[in-house]
Design a protein around this ligand. Structure first.
Ligand code: ATP
Length: 329
């Protein structure tokens, strides 16, 4: 192989830069040139790319964000645009493309693979950890760390005023960040898209838990973690109902995009480096339409098909301990 291309697409995640670096260094080590398309699939459609070498990727391992920029690209959903992308790759003799992104980006990668005869390899890069076939995605550990640090701080102020805090974390339609940050920070209640029934039912459960907690504990504060966009009508509706029913002061905290930023924690650096390197190995082996994944601590080639493009289920043991542990603390 003589030339490898890489791009970052969809929601940005800490560790994407580390992954770009790994792809670049692995490609150089097998004698290939490397280019980076900018702004996700937009760069591929506009032939907007930059050469990458060991000097460009120097000190990139620890930097948040992505030097290639990430973006959504609605146009890429049209078949003629995907044909155009394949033509552009051919025009400049690319031998393999690495797409770092989430499940949406992988859907695009799969379609591109169908019309291009060189390898397209996906690397799971998303804070949501919602991709079937890989134990973890690049960015997830850092996002959890950010959420946990924030929850620890919120607890201090919640306890001082004996308030209820509703903390909104990211995850789109997946509860991974909410569930595992809640357990790791000892939150009192967690609301997940996977188990959410209705506002009325969930409110009863929250009030019941609140009641038990307030009877059992000296401090009356209460921390509720919720996945973004989950409560019908928004979190003000939840906060108003909670305040009215409990008579306790309720505050809302939306963590938002800070969860996407910052220097990646070591788990994401290591994962990004392994998966980026393995993606280049897969291109060398002429493997097509695969995800460079981590499975039981080992790199694994997982086909990008309908099974892997469904949302990953939550960890059953985390789910099991969720209620037990939050009632005990
Ligand atoms: P994250 O889950 O972290 O936000 P993602 O990769 O799932 O990342 P999306 O916005 O779903 O983010 O997708 C990113 C891009 O992938 C889209 O803007 C589009 O360019 C491409 N894409 C998504 N779905 C498809 C599809 N069905 N066909 C072709 N391309 C797609």
């Amino acid at each position: 192989i003589k030339k490898i291309a890489v791009l970052t697409s969809g929601g940005d995640a800490p560790g994407m830069n580390a992954c770009i670096r790994a792809v670049c260094l692995a490609a150089i080590s097998v004698g290939a040139d490397v280019i980076g398309y900018k702004y996700g699939y937009n760069g591929l459609l506009k032939q907007e790319y930059i050469p990458l070498d060991q000097y460009v990727v120097r000190n990139l391992l620890q930097r948040g964000g992505t030097i290639l920029h990430s973006a959504r690209c609605e146009k890429f959903k049209h078949p003629e645009q995907i044909e155009l992308a394949a033509k552009h790759l051919e025009d400049i003799n690319v031998d393999g493309l690495v797409v770092i992104g989430g499940d949406g980006s992988f859907r695009g990668a799969k379609k591109l693979q169908a019309v291009w005869d060189k390898p397209v390899i996906g690397v799971p890069g998303t804070i949501d950890n919602d991709i079937t076939g890989t134990d973890y995605t690049v960015g997830y550990h850092t996002a959890i760390q950010t959420a946990v640090e924030s929850l620890d701080k919120v607890r201090d102020t919640a306890e001082a005023f004996e308030r209820i805090f509703v903390v909104d974390v990211m995850g789109r339609e997946a509860g991974y960040i909410a569930l595992n940050s809640a357990i790791s920070a000892g939150a009192d209640h967690v609301l997940l898209p996977e188990t959410f029934t209705s506002a009325a039912e969930e409110l009863v459960k929250i009030l019941d838990k609140l009641d038990k907690r307030r009877k059992n504990r000296a401090n009356k504060s209460h921390i509720i973690v919720i996945t973004e966009n989950l409560w019908p009508g928004g979190l003000n509706v939840l906060a108003d109902s909670l305040q009215a029913e409990s008579g306790v002061d309720v505050r809302i905290l939306t963590l938002g995009h800070v969860q996407r930023g910052g220097s990646p924690v070591w788990q994401d650096r290591l994962l990004a480096t392994k998966l980026g390197t393995y993606a280049v190995e897969l291109i060398q082996q002429n493997e097509k339409g695969m995800m460079s994944a981590i499975s039981h601590r080992l790199p694994a080639a997982i086909p990008l098909n309908d099974d892997t493009l469904t949302r990953k289920e939550l960890n059953t043991y985390s789910m099991k301990i969720r209620d037990e542990i939050t009632l005990l603390g």
